[in-house]
Design a protein around this ligand. Sequence first.
Ligand code: XMP
Length: 519
Amino acid sequence: MRLENNLDKILIIDFGSQFTQLIARKVRELNVFCEIISHNKLKDYKNEKNVKGIILSGGPLNVYQNKKVKFNKSILSSNIPILGICFGHQIISKELGGKVKRAKSREFGLAKVSKLKKSALTENFFSKKSTNVWMSHGDEVIKLPKGFKVIAKSSNSKLCMIENIKKKIYGIQFHPEVSHTVKGKVILKNFVIKICKIKKNWTSKNQKSKLMQQIKEQVGNSKVICALSGGVDSSVVAKLISNAIGKNLTCIFVNTGLLRKNEEKQVVNTFRKKFKLNLIYINAEQLFISKLKNVIDPEKKRKIIGNLFIKLFEKYAKKIKNVKFLAQGTLYPDLIESKSVTGSQTSKIKSHHNVGGLPKRMKLKLVEPLKYLFKDEVRMLGLELNLSKEIISRHPFPGPGLAIRMPGIITKEKIKILKEADNYFVNALREHNLYHKIWQAYAALLPVKTVGVMGDNRTYEYLCLLRAITSEDGMTADYFQFNKSFMQMVSNKIVNNIRGINRVVYDVTSKPPSTIELE
Ligand code: XMP
């Protein structure tokens, strides 16, 4: 999907690298607008006036896999500055008369790059004659394309950085977008600002009034509904639209009974009492519990919850007259279709519960004011809209809620125990200033009871599992390393205060091979 935007921009052509979104975020940090487009959507690419520079991403393919690599060669003669990164560097070289070969030794991780020649791209990049960069490649350029000169080499890659000043085309083998490349930002800045000479036209700071204006223009006097979950994205959408159109917005909040402790109270307090939004609160705790009775299969749980949510939303939305629009917190990463060029990520692991199915069923038009923004930009916007830090920086929470943190059957008693355990864990993270160092953390209740001893008595109670991970985007994750005293304190608090749990374990698997949620 291409975005409609008349701003001057950098176009990022994605060849399936796991870092493409990082390139985009780094460019946006320079206050420059950019857009990602998949390499296989480029067939009909025509020069666009407002594209001031093009970055070709890395990717898992080999440049000679002609059937899989769709690259519109005409881009290279468009007279727009181009920077090729890793695979991008190799495809430029191949297309312009150079040669690429499987490298004798693959380079993964840190490498030293040494300067051979002065270049606008590397101003302030080298400390003395070299610098550390991060590499991830199996192929390398072995013959320079015509008209190019070498700027720098690494021990495994003689043609590590190359340029053709006349054509304004640059190629680099390493990844400037990852934080391990010490001065990677300098390369992107030199390319975007000095070489492309693009105006700094983007800041998520002044987005508020611009987006409000766009919402007003799109919906006019029509009514809009919005499914509010209390998470960051839907909260920002709701507040932004309500600022723009006031009472023509109605939010619908479904209490599934599977939320975190006191979450429903916080949502009602914030949006109905503090911000005075039209908010329909549906208490469907009993309904969800009864529909989930005796259901064990994770996919069945997800389907039941997703369908019931949609049914309830539809039922209550129909009561509001003349609704024409449905607001959604779609973010820019949700729109990027080219997450994988190899297709591996498309295999279904879990059916995600979201409100994506609603617009078709309800024949409503969509309002998606956040569709240009990354998560961190949405958070900044939220702060500008006076949403509390607590809402803005909350860990992600899945649509099916606690149901997928409770393998096995779901009962009221288990939900109550789990809400308490989760609350103790998350509060302890906040008190010890760990909450913001962690991408997502939660407690889960496992469907086994084990024997313990408390006082002089035998106990036979549930097992509580704690999970805390670090991640960039939820696609991969690593477990967070707590120190012993913190773990001990949390474990004691949970076991001493919650009847029903007598043992606590910590999940030390990464994703992959595990996933972040248990089901
Ligand atoms: P997994 O478990 O797939 O989770 O590693 C990755 C991220 O997605 C969240 N998640 C969901 N979010 N609806 C959502 O809105 C869902 O059905 C859903 N399932 C998982 C999960 O919390 C993690 O942040």
